[in-house]
Write a protein that binds this ligand. Structure first.
Ligand SMILES: [Zn+2]
Ligand SMILES: [Zn+2]
Length: 341
């Protein structure tokens, strides 16, 4: 369906009609419709939130299976942020919030958006340029024409490795080369050239990426050498902004209670939220706060995964590949991979 939606729509524009993808526009309608319907009652809200998780998870699996480059998920992020800010600023009863609380939330939101924007803007610097290598000899026309016996042997070994991967992994990794022999060049079969160490091919970007971690569908770019730090900072700041926004919203519309009072500043948590579905204003604020908590849970999971990989000194790409190569826990790994990919 996503692929079918990828086809053309045109918008009248100065200097000629501008082509737009329906997949990039769809979230502008799906997100507010879903949030609006969820305000009806608590059961509808739970069903819609679960549907949302299932729908985005399924959409991402389809995009991964078909190695589709789509703006659908990036658009989803952009419109979710826009609607959350609008609801927070115009619906949540601001009288109960101090200006400092609002400024703090805006600061973290803007900082997070800047980091995520930089992640995307810098992603092109991760791509292995066509000129990589110091001599024309480095730009090999193909594996079959690899000049040395060692290169052909490496290509043969990696081809054998590919043959044991499952279909899903084939889409992701079929064309990358592993630095099996220390000091030997990596050769990418798809790009048909020598690539730097720890550079891996991304089938969605269609090129090799330096120190590739993974392809982020939510940002529609690869996370690698030059944008990894921005990506992690963006996630941490997003997590803070989402949790702060959800807390400020819920303690405004529900009956709050004080947890601690460090330095004379009360830290509140929501207590009784039973009356939030009695009006649309309270309902939409509550639903958006729950939506923010849902996203923050997902980001917390990604951050925990990245912390584990940092501790292991590996990228997500290398970790998945090494687990495959070791043949450990195939069934459990398949299930785990289906969740985290
Ligand atoms: Zn490549
Ligand atoms: Zn990519």
């Amino acid at each position: 369906m996503l692929i079918a939606f990828q086809d053309r729509l045109r918008l009248p524009w100065r200097g000629g009609a501008k082509r737009i993808s329906p997949a990039a526009v769809a979230p502008a309608f799906i997100v507010p419709l879903m949030l609006g319907l969820a305000t009806l009652n608590s059961k509808t809200a739970v069903v819609l939130m679960l549907t949302l998780v299932g729908f985005t998870g399924w959409g991402m699996q389809v995009a991964k299976r078909t190695a589709t480059r789509t703006n659908f998920f990036l658009s989803w992020v952009v419109f979710s942020v826009v609607y959350m800010i609008i609801i927070f600023e115009f619906q949540v009863p601001l009288l109960e919030l101090s200006p400092e609380e609002n400024y703090a939330l805006m600061f973290f939101s803007c900082a997070a958006l800047y980091c995520l924007y930089s992640t995307k803007a810098l992603s092109s610097l991760n791509l292995v340029s066509a000129q990589y290598g110091t001599t024309p000899k480095d730009e090999l026309p193909g594996i079959a024409e690899a000049s040395s016996g060692e290169e052909q042997a490496e290509a043969q070994i990696t081809l054998q490795m590919d043959s044991v991967l499952d279909v899903d992994e084939m889409v992701d990794d079929s064309s990358e080369r592993v630095d099996l022999m220390h000091g030997q060049p990596n050769i990418c079969e798809s790009c048909r050239k020598v690539t730097p160490r720890r550079a891996y091919h991304c089938p969605i970007c269609g090129t090799c990426v330096k120190r590739r971690d993974h392809h982020s569908y939510w940002l529609n770019c690869c996370i690698g050498e030059r944008n990894y730090v921005w990506y992690i900072c963006g996630l941490i700041l997003s997590e803070i902004a989402l949790l702060l926004g959800a807390n400020l919203t819920l303690t405004s519309i529900c009956h709050p209670f004080m947890v601690v009072r460090p330095l004379g500043y009360p830290v509140l948590l929501p207590d009784d939220c039973s009356e939030v579905f009695e009006s649309f204003e309270l309902g939409i604020s509550f639903v958006v706060a729950c939506y923010a908590l849902l996203i923050s849970g997902y980001i917390a999971f990604i951050l925990a995964r990245q912390a584990y990989l940092w501790w292991k000194g590996s990228t997500l790409h290398e970790y998945k590949r090494s687990t495959h190569a070791a043949g450990r826990g195939n069934r459990i790994w398949s299930l785990w991979r289906a969740i985290i990919k």
